[in-house]
Design a protein around this ligand. Sequence first.
Ligand code: GRF
Length: 202
Amino acid sequence: ARIAILISGRGSNMAALLYAAKDPNCPYEVVLVGSNVPDAEGLKLAAAEGIATLAHSHKGLSREAHDDIMHQAISESGAEYVVLAGYMRILSDGFVGKWPGRMLNIHPSLLPKYKGLDTYQRALDAGDDRAGCSVHLVTPELDDGPVLGQTEVAIVAGDNADSLAERILIAEHQLYPSILSSYVTLEADPEWILGQVRERAL
Ligand code: GRF
């Protein structure tokens, strides 16, 4: 399967996805890395790995206009899946609707807990004994789509948001390539996907 990855920053999940794709048995290949932040660290890394990149700032554009530019580039790349990896933009319903069951995201919490930002501190403040990360399908509601896989990470005494984030990131780097690989090969029970898509009015 051909995938496009969207990033806004350092791109460590993107790197994990790229490196996993070097395994000859990996069922996906990365055909494009796109970003709304032209100097995103991850873009340099992708380019050095010989991956096509697209940088287009959202500044001065409406959400829809920027999403259209990204969508066009992704379509032209031949990508079949859009993989969000630290893409810090809320996507328009129009964009999301163009990739039903074909757009994934990774989020640093055990969804449905702690959608949005500040997930680590919120888990600590709640006194949780575990946190973690989730890979989910993207639907118009933020961080709300069907969860495809999760990794739990124990919270240890003395943890703060930074130490927790660092450990969850290790789990993210393993979870994302693994879930993406199963998802693109599963022939992911089309009935199930369609059911989810209908239920959430994607
Ligand atoms: C990760 O923690 C991811 O879960 C969240 O944003 C962060 C991106 O980090 N959505 P990176 O750019 O992949 O290093």
